[in-house]
Design a protein around this ligand. Structure first.
Ligand code: IMP
Ligand code: MG
Length: 437
């Protein structure tokens, strides 16, 4: 058995959905440990496209148990829509479980998220507007409403009435918005509670049972390393911890439980929302990446900013997550390029720096230093093994491995399940060797 964390190494949208789908095949339990409906996974199975925000894609495997962990924030309305979508497509959700300690997104969270972005003007973050930040803020403020509060009618009545009254002051006085009707919100969430009740569990205990049975558990992160609240490009980050360390907190397991950490990375880089992005391409190559990669957000439909692979960020992701191996996705998007750049270091005030700066203002001033590699100008989409890839594509992957000092276990060359090259067994194959010190 092996317990594995899968995380994004960039700014999210690395193609984690496809890789977790692939790994879910051998997982007994999949746990989503942070984030909310700001995330979006697109999974293509037998020509059917599934768009999921909160429910782990593992739900598509009938035997796999899927747990929405304590560290997530749950928007009941969207969750219920996802359940309906799955039921309509004939997918059973009997194996879905929701942590009773997860926090719940309320209508006022969404309103405040959008209104505060407008008010921030040029300081805006470019959030998904889904109320994620305000939900986590209430969690830290200790005024949040949890799934277990939803399940208790009296508690819900009391807490929600008080909460709506408090937030109405904020809505009216700070944002000049009309107040919410507390009773309407209570009635609506009481209905949601009824519908969600069958799924609610003590998630940490449930995961512990799986650990004791030596089942295979996959911990699925949302967003990516650079959107981490503590270790990302603050303030242009999300409000939870997508990095590997966040898995233990969000799932409620100890660090000794984890056997493997797999990082997912695009063969280039994208970012949605505001904030610095040294390798961004504001030219026709950026447009080509966006068009070939269909780089539009699953959640907001926003066009993603595109750029070259950033090795400084890659090395940082290896360090901050303690990655064992990498999955490289969307290699095929580079198929038509004559020449491909990889950022190997930054230039900062005339100095070369190789380590990601923790000071985001310093990061914003960094300019990329590129190593230029030849393109392969051939389709990789039907390749079945590493050796079937054009030599220049193999060299590109080898270059990334050497730069990041980490083995590449998986290469993805298209959206469907079949378009995946397994280079090494990502779970039982070689781990990143610890550097001799
Ligand atoms: P929030 O998570 O909605 O508060 O947004 C904060 C930042 O994280 C914004 O730049 C969003 O675009 C970004 N973000 C949040 N979720 C995702 C995701 O799943 N993929 C990519 N970017 C995301
Ligand atoms: Mg996404």
């Amino acid at each position: 058995m092996a317990n594995v964390i899968v995380i994004g190494t960039q700014w999210g949208d690395e193609g984690k959905g496809k890789i977790t789908d692939l790994l879910s095949r051998s997982a007994d339990v999949v746990v989503r440990y942070q984030g909310g409906i700001n995330a979006g996974h697109t999974v293509v199975v037998n020509e059917q496209t599934f768009k999921l925000h909160l429910i782990p894609s593992g739900i598509l495997y009938p035997q796999t148990e899927c747990i929405i962990g304590s560290g997530t924030v749950v928007d009941p309305q969207i969750l219920l829509e996802e359940l309906e979508q799955l039921h309509r497509l004939g997918v059973s959700t009997d194996n879905l479980f929701i942590a009773e300690t997860a926090h719940v997104t309320m209508p006022y969270h969404r309103l405040i998220d959008k209104a505060s972005e407008t008010q921030r003007a040029e300081h805006k973050i470019g959030t998904t507007g889904r109320g994620i930040g305000p939900t986590y803020a209430d969690k830290s403020e200790r005024v949040g409403i949890r799934i277990l509060d939803l399940m208790d009618k009296d508690v819900l009545q009391k807490r929600l009435r008080w909460a709506v009254e408090q937030k109405n002051i904020v809505l009216e006085k700070m944002y000049d918005l009309p107040p919410l009707d507390p009773q309407e919100v209570i009635t609506c969430y009481t209905e949601y509670a009824e519908l969600l009740k069958p799924y609610v569990v003590d998630a940490s205990l449930k995961i512990d049972e799986a650990i004791r049975k030596r089942l295979n558990i996959l911990f699925e992160g949302a967003q990516g390393t650079l959107l981490d609240l503590d270790h990302g490009t603050y303030p242009y980050v999300t409000s939870s911890n997508p990095i590997a360390g966040g898995a233990c907190i969000g799932a409620g397991v100890g660090p000794t439980t984890i056997d493997r950490i797999i990082g997912v990375s695009k063969a280039y880089t994208t970012r949605v929302g505001e904030g610095p992005f040294p390798t961004e391409l504001n030219d026709c190559t950026g447009e080509l990446l966006c068009d070939r990669g269909a780089e539009f957000g699953t959640t907001t439909g926003r066009r993603r900013r595109c750029g070259w692979f950033d090795g400084v960020i890659g090395r940082y992701a290896v360090r901050i997550n303690g990655l064992d191996c990498l999955a490289i996705t969307k290699l095929d998007v580079l198929d038509e390029l004559d020449e491909i750049n990889v950022c190997v270091a930054y230039e900062l005030d005339g100095q070369e720096i190789r380590d990601f700066p923790s000071n985001a203002r310093v990061f914003a001033k960094c300019r990329p230093i590129y190593k230029s590699l030849p393109g392969w100008k051939a389709s990789t989409q039907d390749c079945k093994s590493l050796t079937e890839l054009p030599l220049a594509a193999q060299s590109y992957l080898k270059f990334l491995e050497d730069l990041l000092e980490i083995p590449i276990a998986i290469v993805s060359i298209g959206a469907s399940r079949g378009q995946t090259i397994i280079v090494e067994d990502p779970i039982h194959g070689p781990k990143r060797g610890l550097l001799n010190v």
